[in-house]
Design a binder for this molecule. Sequence first.
Ligand code: MN3
Length: 202
Amino acid sequence: MATATAKAAQRLHFNLPPLPYPQDALEPVISAETLGLHHGKHHKKYVDTMNELLATSDVRGSSLEDVVRSSHGKLFNNAAQAWNHDFYWHSLAPDARPPSAALRRRLERDFGTYESFLDKFAAAANGQFGSGWAWLVDKDGKLQVVATANADTPLAHGVRCLLTLDVWEHAYYIDYRNQRERYVQAVLEKRLNWEFAEKNLG
Ligand code: MN3
């Protein structure tokens, strides 16, 4: 996760975190072209705009999470998008493996079956009207699927995030055009980072 570097007068400033894998590592599910634009242009723009706003903001803290939790309006939108994208890159893996036996039991306890989890997650991702995110979260000790609109994030509501999927059009339009369902299905089948989810579950 991104960490703050102290600047004069305690102003916060963040760097664009690098992708946790090479730009072509998620092919053919997500192309190098998509990843290059999505990380190098979209994610970078959120970080740059957040830094510009932080230069004249009273928001203090030591982490990006602090900024997300204590900001509003345009600063919140850009900080949340900066955090969501870093979390999204880590939610994906080039060599995705199935969930561990322990995590699978949790999924089965809270969703009935693993397939039922997949159906719920796909429904949340495909059903999000316009831009947003689908999430697997741990809320009140129960695994749940939720969707958020635009920049909104469960982090801002005190909910523990395990995995996310970006369903803004820029996440899939080059590779899948308007067919969000195909992007969602391909990621669910081939690129979910269950080790990351398990680490977040603690
Ligand atoms: Mn995005």
